[in-house]
Design a binder for this molecule. Structure first.
Ligand code: GUN
Length: 294
């Protein structure tokens, strides 16, 4: 069994991005600028956004965070989005999800200028993804595709089973894997809560992508001997033996499943750092386009 090291591969990507940023600055251009909107104080969102900011700065990009109280109105959030849409110094931005319940997420996402939508969640960008056109690809599936390619995992002609059909991960993951591309070309099945025999479907996978959102959901009986397993989950579970009182686990029961795999992504250090690297790649894409349009 081989560990697919997302941390090391993401560091290599960040080095490439840092070199490109430095060369643009040498040419007299400004640094790329990513902004994030964070509404409320959700613990996981705070962690994600802090990591995005730190990584952005580490490659020489400008990062700014717009924080709002959970009680702000939808109108106030839409006004903040409109402000960032028009701010010529901002190349791309994200609205961290989840949003408070009183907000219409679809309406909020539609308010983002598709040219600045580095999450790739806007219907225009999702539509381009379906059509196989050049677009902002949502960061988690983009990071996974990049991870598999750089780790030398063959996907062409393989059977890929994606567990989960979210707009953020499962659905775009399935689209990317089935594309006509030497680093995709897989035959894809999406499983979800109404799948009749999910374990049987999962056992067919040469490549199993677990994006279910339940800690330890994938057990050894659901994995074929020699499969490649990609674990998208990241959950805090109580662990009194740890100084901080918790440990991070994925959607896969790692200890049970890893011995059966030819390769597996660890949690942490697998998909997580690649998601951030992919967001930085999207920011570069927005920046290049924005700079050349001036
Ligand atoms: N919440 C969990 N994942 C994501 C993501 O990729 N983007 C945004 N904006 N929010 C998230």
């Amino acid at each position: 069994m081989r560990l697919i090291d997302g941390k090391t591969i993401s560091e290599a990507i960040k080095k490439e991005i840092a070199a490109e940023v430095a060369s643009m600055i040498d040419k007299g251009k400004r640094a790329p600028h990513m902004a994030a909107i964070l509404v409320g104080n959700d613990g996981a969102s705070e962690t994600y956004v802090a990591s995005k900011e730190k990584n952005c700065r580490s490659v020489g990009m400008t990062s700014s965070l717009y924080r709002y109280d959970a009680g702000i109105s939808e109108k106030e959030l839409l006004d903040a989005i409109s402000f960032l849409n028009q701010d010529d110094d901002v190349d791309g931005f994200i609205v961290q999800l989840p949003l408070p319940k009183h907000m219409d997420v679809d309406k909020v996402i539609r308010a983002i200028d598709p040219e600045k939508d580095i999450d790739g969640f806007h219907p225009v960008n999702m539509g381009c993804l379906v059509l196989g056109e050049d677009t902002f690809v949502p960061a988690t599936p983009y990071g996974i595709m990049e991870l598999l390619e750089r780790a030398g995992i063959e996907t062409s002609g393989k059977k890929c089973v994606v567990l989960g059909r979210s707009n953020i991960v499962g659905t775009p993951m399935a689209l990317l894997m089935s594309r006509n591309n030497p680093h995709a070309n897989a035959t894809v099945t999406i499983c979800h809560s109404k799948t009749a025999d999910l374990a049987a479907e999962a056992r067919m996978a040469d490549i199993l992508v677990a994006a279910i959102g339940k800690p330890g959901f994938v057990t050894a009986d659901m994995v074929k001997e020699g499969a490649v397993v990609v674990d998208v989950g990241i959950h805090r579970v109580e662990d009194k033996t740890r100084q901080n009182g918790f440990r991070l686990v994925g959607d896969v029961d790692f200890d049970q499943v890893a011995p059966k795999c030819s390769a597996i992504t660890p949690v942490p250090g697998g998909v997580g750092p690649m998601t951030i690297a992919a967001l930085l790649m999207n920011t570069m894409k927005a920046y290049r386009k924005h700079i050349s349009a001036r």
